[in-house]
Design a protein around this ligand. Structure first.
Ligand code: SF4
Length: 325
């Protein structure tokens, strides 16, 4: 761990965090750096712990992604039906295990907040009651039923396996591309080739349908182009809301690339202006990352303890607030 470096990078989640609350970006990517070390300063250790918090709906979304990814990687070459029951059983098993870990505060007992789940509802709220547990299992059930009938999932499990060009890269090096000299993290869930060789990027969502961010999709397109050599004009992005059976489709990704580049450039200037050592990506002055004035954001933020903004009625963050990179 001692040799890893904290590289400056853009991702859609970093962008959103920064323009919601600069202090949150600070805790997430700077103030928590090194917090895993036993000798870490108190604030860094706490920030590192709080960074690991996730809500139950984030846990379900993340677990479903992991299980679908694993199932796609191990599926037979010839293809078959969506193994919905196996996916459901596995997601339920892992979610219930994580809930137990969090309730028992295993992260505290074993001094490992990264390995053992800390659920927002346990940490800031009064714990997960039976109704919340049932709702989580209902979400798992609805999402897996949605996958079983979803045309994209059926294709992903049904087509010849060589058509699956990418399945959810899961290490940082595999997620990274460089755009205008800046490291960008993009992590499409799935890339499938059609009969004509055009590529379809699929992004599974377990939350409610909302307008997809085209800058993020454009980065998926650039990422896929760089990794496969297929031009952007032959790549289509699909955001699939598995629980609700809705799909948002985006061709013409090139049109969105310029918008994405502008965002990356603005973010880079705005964040680097606040760093005390740009070359080494060090933020040595916390005051340059001010706290938001919107206390509603603090209610659903995992860093509220560090900011002294612990809320009487915290709101568990939604699935789409999960950080990917
Ligand atoms: S608690 Fe509020 S001020 Fe602090 S990081 Fe979170 S959103 Fe920002």
């Amino acid at each position: 761990m001692a040799d890893i470096s904290n590289d400056f990078a853009w991702s859609w989640s970093r962008h959103k965090i920064f323009y919601d609350c600069a202090r949150k970006l600070y805790w997430q990517y700077y103030g928590s750096w090194g917090g895993w070390d036993e000798e870490a300063p108190e604030d860094a250790a706490l920030a590192y712990r709080l960074k690991q918090l996730k809500s139950v709906s984030m846990l379900v979304g993340q677990t479903l992604h992991e299980v679908v990814r694993d199932r796609l990687r191990m599926r037979p070459a010839a293809g078959g039906a969506v193994p919905a029951q196996q996916i459901r059983d596995e997601v339920e098993r892992r979610v219930l295990k994580r809930m137990r870990e969090s309730r028992n505060r295993d992260w505290e007992r074993y001094h490992d907040p990264k390995r053992y789940a800390i659920l927002f509802e346990d940490y800031y709220g009064s714990g997960i009651d039976e109704r919340q547990r049932d709702e989580a299992l209902e979400l798992v059930r609805d999402c897996t039923a949605g996958l079983a009938s979803n045309i994209y999932a059926r294709r992903a499990f049904g087509v010849a396996k060589e058509r699956l060009r990418m399945v959810d890269p899961d290490d940082f090096d595999a997620m990274r591309i460089v755009v205008d000299g800046i490291v960008v993290y993009a992590c499409p869930d799935l890339v499938v080739a059609d009969d004509a060789g055009d590529l379809h990027v699929v992004d599974w969502k377990t939350g409610r349908p909302e307008k997809a961010n085209v800058a993020q999709l454009a980065m998926y397109g650039l990422y896929v182009t760089e990794r496969t050599g297929v031009p952007l004009e032959r790549i289509v992005a699909h955001v699939v809301y598995v629980r609700y059976g809705e799909v948002e489709k985006h061709g013409n990704l090139r049109e969105s690339v310029e918008e994405a580049r502008r965002r990356i450039s603005t973010f880079t200037t705005d964040v680097r202006d606040r760093l005390t050592d740009v070359e080494n990506n060090v933020a040595g002055d916390i005051d340059k990352f001010p706290m938001t004035e919107n206390l509603m954001l603090c209610r659903r933020c995992q860093f509220q303890e560090l900011c002294g903004r612990r809320q009487a009625e915290p709101i568990a963050p939604a699935e789409d607030e999960a950080e990917s990179a």
